[in-house]
Design a protein around this ligand. Structure first.
Ligand code: GAP
Length: 458
């Protein structure tokens, strides 16, 4: 069966802004290409995805530990890693309007329909001008450390988190008394000078990555590479809840491989514009540890007690984009339903562990009599889960608002809860499930347990 691509990007971009997930950066100044801010719901969702990754990759395993390395560090790290020489993209300039484009993105139609001259050469998508030959352009941002700007104190903003892990391989090995195979994980911001605009948080100047370097004995790397491709795919489907039909594995052709890789498989998602990378799993061999040993003049090895030899471990790396996963989770969860009255219900069918708000407490109306009980329920739930309180507009509209941000459970406090006309209330509330819209009456005393059952992994 042909998978159905996710809804169009504009729908998600507009929902994300309207409901406080993601905002364009510095909008009052006209924004800034490829820069976005995360709003109150976006920041919760990012935290949820990061936590789900950390739990799956570190806490639930006994062979992976974490680090949090400095962002700005010795520039020789980036010389050894090959990024200073090789982390480049091919750029072309328009001879007429002087605008710059990524040659490979031009060919893919990222700047609009591909236009050609009479000889079949691609021309400028803005004004049809002739383009220069491609030149390699380094994607790392440079900065200066110290008060004087000079070539001697150049530093780089990290384009990946992996090198901070390699820098700490020996520290972790010794301090944690690790034996091969073991992994070191890190989640952190990375920076790349991306010049092709558009596509929301899919491609930004700064973005968060979730990376793990898995150190293993030479000769076992292929086995671990295959293992991590499957494990990572399982994370997207079973933990984040992405539709398997919209995911695929794509192995890189030889000429596509990064300078450090002996093999890479991308986990791709069917974006509205076609298949695109969500995560790369690479067999980095012993490239990085050897390169740092050569650059620093200090051997980086592991003593293999079985063979009584010092060896250089091989490395398998699953490298995921946190912010790209957030975009995919939003796209994949988006759904529209039409009810009997012909009204459309927009629902984000996010897994509870990913949803930014887990529970909404909604008094049936703004009536003063309902407020004390509703606030009591809100106070009870707030320390347990991310909870929202909302009493404005009709209950139907408030349910719709919560559906649109993916809140799995709404808790309604009504007159049956508090009693009316001298009658005592039942001190129970109605819980309403987002997807089935089914409602169930639960005593307030049993509410936390009832919600715990319905909010797995939260
Ligand atoms: N350490 C290996 C590495 O960085 P990568 O394939 O270049 O590999 C890994 O990046 C992941 O980081 C990508 O699959 C993607 O999810 C995310 N990523 C890369 N560049 C990005 C950008 N400009 N904006 C958002 N996410 C990005």
């Amino acid at each position: 069966m042909t998978p159905v691509p996710a809804p169009d990007l504009d729908t998600i971009v507009s929902l994300a802004k309207r409901r406080g997930f993601v905002f364009p950066s510095a909008e009052i100044y006209g924004g800034f290409a490829n820069a976005y801010d995360y709003g109150p719901l976006g920041v919760e969702m990012k935290r949820n995805i990061r936590d789900a990754w950390w739990r799956f990759m570190v806490r639930e395993r006994d062979d992976v530990v974490g680090v949090d390395a400095a962002l700005i560090t010795n520039p020789r790290v980036w010389v050894a890693s090959g990024h200073v020489a090789n982390f480049t993209d091919p750029l072309v300039d328009c001879r007429k309007c002087q605008q710059r484009f990524r040659a490979d993105h031009l060919e893919e139609g990222a700047y609009g329909p591909v236009q050609r001259d009479a000889n079949g050469n691609i021309v400028c998508p803005n004004d049809g001008g002739e383009l220069t030959e491609p030149r390699q352009f380094n994607m790392m941002f440079k900065t200066q450390v110290g008060p004087v700007a000079s070539d001697d104190n150049v530093a780089y903003l990290p384009p990946e988190t992996a090198q901070g892990i390699f820098m700490n391989f020996e520290n972790v090995l010794q301090s944690m008394r690790r034996k091969l195979p073991f992994g070191i994980a890190q989640t952190r911001v990375s920076f790349r000078n991306e010049i092709t605009p558009g596509k929301f948080v899919f491609r930004t100047l700064e973005f968060e990555q979730m990376e793990m370097e898995y150190f293993c004995k030479p000769g076992t790397d292929l086995e671990w590479y295959r293992y991590w491709v499957e494990e990572r795919l399982r994370w997207y489907t079973d933990v984040i809840g992405i539709d398997r039909a919209r995911l695929r594995l794509r192995e890189h052709e030889k000429e596509e491989l990064s300078h450090y890789s002996a093999g890479t498989t991308d986990i791709e998602y069917l974006f509205p514009w076609g298949w695109g990378e969500l995560e790369g799993v690479a067999d980095r061999t012993d490239y990085d540890l050897k390169a740092h040993a050569a650059q620093s003049g200090k051997p980086i090895t592991y003593f293999d007690e079985e063979t009584n030899e010092h060896i250089v471990p091989f490395v398998v790396e699953p490298a995921a984009g946190l912010t790209r996963t957030l975009a995919v989770a939003l796209l994949d969860a988006y759904d529209e339903e039409t009810d009997d009255k012909g009204e459309t219900r927009v629902v984000l069918r996010l897994r509870p562990n990913v949803a930014p708000v887990k529970v909404a407490v909604l008094p049936l109306s703004k009536n003063e009599a309902l407020r004390p009980a509703a606030r009591r329920v809100y106070d009870l739930l707030r320390p347990l889960w991310m909870t929202q309180y909302d009493e404005t507009q009709s209950i139907g509209r408030r349910y719709r608002r919560q559906d649109e941000i993916g809140t799995p459970i709404c808790v309604t406090v009504d007159f049956q809860t508090v009693g009316e006309k001298g009658e005592a209330g039942d001190d129970a509330v109605t819980i309403r499930e987002r997807d089935s819209m089914q409602q169930l009456r639960v005593p307030i005393g049993a509410l936390a347990d009832a919600l715990r059952e319905r909010l797995p992994g939260c």
